[in-house]
Design a protein around this ligand. Structure first.
Ligand SMILES: [Zn+2]
Length: 367
C-alpha cells in the first residue's frame, strides 16, 4: 500500500498546478522568460517583483521587514536543453547542449525549437534505423557532435523559409507534465529545478508571516546549468546574511545498493553536507537537521563526490554566507522524462518553512 500524500496539506492542489505550469514552461539557460512569467502570474499582488538583465527574478513579500537579517531562498529557473549551431543542406539541424546531457539518452527523443516568429516547432533527435546500422555503429557510444535534430524539412532553404529557424535558436525537450493523484507521482521535464522553483513560490506565497525574524528574499536565478551564472549576479544584489538553495536533486535509488542511497523517492528531501562545488555550513546543516527531527519531517543526508549548485557561489560571497542546499529527489534528472513525488515536494516546503520560523538574528551570527 502506497502512503502517498502523507503530508498533503493546504495548498496541495495549488502546488500541483504551479508545478505543472513550471514544468511545461520552455526555459533553457538564457531563455527563462516563460518560467519568470509563470512565477509572476502565480504570485499576484502582495509582492515586490524585480527582474535584472540576466533574467533573475527577485521576489519580496510586502509583509517582510527590511531591517532584519536577509535570507535568500534560491532556485534556478533554467533547464537543460540545446541551441541550434548550424543548418545542414538536407534541412537537419546541428546543435550544442546547454547544460549536461548523457548523449545516450538523447537519440529518438522529441524536442521543440523556437523559431524567429516565437513559435515552437516540433522536432526529433534523429536516430538511424537498425536497418542502416553497421555492426560497428551498434557497439559505438553516441556522440552529440554527430547528432542532428530533424524537423521534417528537406532542404536548408525550407528550414529557413518555411520553418523560420535560424542558428542560435533555443531547444527544449518536448514533454508534457502528468500527475498521478492517487499515487502522488509527478512525471515531466525540467524537475531540476522547476520543483525547487515551485517550492520557493509556495513558501513565498503562503508562508511569509509577520512574526518571522527575517527579511525573506526569493530569487529565481537564471543560467545555473551553464555554470551558476545568474546567481553570481543575484547574490550581489541581495547581499544575504543566510541562504537556502532549493533544488531538484538526482535520485540514486534505482542505481545504488540500498545502503548507499542518499536520494530515494518518498524518503524525504535531501540535505547536502557537500558536493563537488561546496561544503555546506556545518552549523547551519546541524540546525536544519534538528528542525527536521523535531518536526518529524523525513529527510536524507548526502555527501556527494560530484554535482554542483548555486550554494557554492552564495556561500563564498562577502564574509561568507551560511548556506544549505535542500533537494527533492528526482529520478532521471537532466533527461527528457523525470519522476518525483508530491510527498517529497510537500516535505521540502514544510522543512524550509520550519527553518525560516526558527531562525533569528543571534542564531545566524552563531553559524
Ligand atoms: Zn539544478
Amino acid at each position: 500500500m502506497v502512503t502517498a500524500g502523507k503530508y498533503i496539506v493546504e495548498g496541495y492542489v495549488d502546488s500541483v498546478k504551479i508545478i505543472e505550469k513550471l514544468s511545461n514552461a520552455p526555459g533553457v539557460s538564457g531563455f527563462e522568460d516563460a518560467v519568470v512569467q509563470t512565477a509572476v502570474n502565480y504570485l499576484g499582488k502582495s509582492f515586490e517583483l524585480e527582474e535584472d538583465r540576466i533574467r533573475n527574478l527577485f521576489i519580496h513579500h510586502s509583509l517582510s521587514k527590511k531591517n532584519l537579517p536577509k535570507v535568500m531562498l534560491d532556485a534556478h529557473s533554467d533547464e537543460v536543453g540545446f541551441m541550434i549551431q548550424s543548418i545542414n543542406n538536407n534541412g537537419t539541424l546541428k546543435f550544442l547542449p546547454l547544460g549536461g546531457w548523457n548523449p545516450q539518452a538523447l537519440s529518438a527523443h522529441a524536442v521543440k525549437i523556437r523559431n524567429t516568429k516565437g513559435n515552437w516547432i516540433q522536432g526529433v533527435v534523429a536516430s538511424k534505423p537498425t536497418h542502416f546500422l553497421t555492426p560497428d555503429e551498434i557497439k559505438k557510444p553516441l556522440d552529440i557532435s554527430t547528432m542532428v535534430i530533424d524537423i521534417g524539412a528537406t532542404s536548408k532553404q525550407e528550414t529557413a523559409e518555411l520553418f523560420h529557424i535560424k542558428i542560435g535558436a533555443p531547444v527544449v525537450p518536448d514533454v508534457k507534465f502528468s500527475h498521478d493523484e492517487k499515487k502522488g507521482l509527478l512525471f515531466g521535464k525540467a524537475f531540476d529545478d522547476r520543483l525547487g522553483c515551485a517550492a520557493l513560490l509556495e513558501v513565498m506565497k503562503h508562508h511569509i508571516k509577520k512574526d518571522l525574524k527575517l527579511d525573506v528574499y526569493g530569487v529565481l536565478s537564471s543560467q545555473e546549468e551553464l555554470g551558476l551564472r545568474g546567481v553570481n549576479v543575484s547574490v550581489r544584489k541581495i547581499k544575504p546574511d543566510i541562504a537556502i538553495v532549493l533544488e531538484g536533486t538526482p535520485a540514486d535509488d534505482t542505481f545504488n545498493s540500498n545502503d548507499a542511497v542518499q536520494a530515494g523517492l518518498r524518503k524525504g528531501p535531501q540535505i547536502r553536507h557537500m558536493d563537488k562545488s561546496m561544503l555546506s555550513n556545518p552549523r547551519f546543516v546541524k540546525f536544519a537537521i534538528d528542525i527536521a527531527e523535531k518536526n518529524k519531517i523525513p529527510f536524507q543526508e548526502a555527501v556527494r563526490s560530484g554535482g554542483g549548485n548555486n550554494g557554492s557561489v552564495i556561500t563564498l560571497h562577502d564574509r561568507s554566507v551560511p548556506t544549505i542546499t535542500l533537494g527533492i529527489p528526482v529520478r532521471y534528472i537532466h533527461s527528457h522524462n523525470c519522476i518525483a513525488t508530491m510527498e517529497d515536494f510537500n516535505n521540502m516546503v514544510k522543512w524550509c518553512v520550519e527553518i525560516l520560523k526558527n531562525l533569528n538574528p543571534d542564531m545566524i551570527e552563531s553559524f
